[in-house]
Ligand binder design. Sequence first.
Ligand SMILES: [Zn+2]
Ligand SMILES: [Zn+2]
Length: 346
Amino acid sequence: MHARAYATYAKDKPLEPFIVERRAVGSRDVALDILFSGICHSDIHQARSEWGPARYPMVPGHEIVGRVTQVGAQVTRLKVGDVVGVGCMVDSCRTCRSCTGGDEQFCEQSPAWTYNSTEMDRVTPTFGGYATHVVVTEHFVVKVPDGLELSTVAPLLCAGITTYTPLKEWGCTKGTRVGVVGLGGLGHMAVKLAAAMGAEVTVLSTSAKKEADARRLGAANFALSTDRGAMKKLSRGLDLIIDAVSATHDLPGLLGLLRPRGGLVMVGAPPDALYVPAFALIGGNKRLAGSSIGNMRDTQEVLDFCGKHGMGADVEVIDAVDINRAYERMLNNDVRYRFVIDAKSF
Ligand SMILES: [Zn+2]
Ligand SMILES: [Zn+2]
């Protein structure tokens, strides 16, 4: 099956039209017509080989929403016409302890990532969602609940699950005092999800201009992280911090905002090591943690949660021809909060 797509051929080349050959639908496979494909910041990192040497040509995209057009004979959960999503993984070994324990993202053989990776045969390259069609094994396809604007659903497949997982794991619930640092693609979903869970959300930002948006997204409080007085007032005031900052920043200062036994979970990925003196953790038994995307069960759960709350991401829908410009705008923080490609334009 031919799919029209956009690909890049080298780390310093723009994306351009490309044809992907998708595999024939196997007995456990599902074929989809892609409707929308979100642009994640990690697409830029990988397209430009910023996370190590990448595979080219590369078709990025791991925030995929589509409609099922064909199912294999052994597919049981999905049928033709279903609206579905595909996120960061398209397969895993399914037999290791992580996989059988339901954490496919930690597959001991490494999952087959949606692009810039290979299928589990470790030979066949994977190509992502900036395309008109894709074929994925059923286990890695989730159902999209009714009633959501589909362009706003695409970012839930990466930004949504990446922020939902730590909120769930750390017991976010009604009244939990959650701080969100970094109001970008991930941060804006953390605010929406935590607020929908009933948390009292505080957004911490270096930009006063973010306050109105933070409150519109559901934050009860806003603090300028450069304002010493405001930070002092917040001291020991938060149960959980979701840290979505991807540049070097002041971790000890943030840890000081946690109540005893509170936790800071990093979901952003600064390229340089961050400074953490032991006493920033010892006093008050603070916990510093990380979180990586999420498993398939939780991916379905975050979609269902968003369906129940009538909530998607804040998106700007673009045509494929604008992908390169969108990358530049993302690097200038000029997007609120996720670009989503209309797949009709490929
Ligand atoms: Zn992503
Ligand atoms: Zn595995």
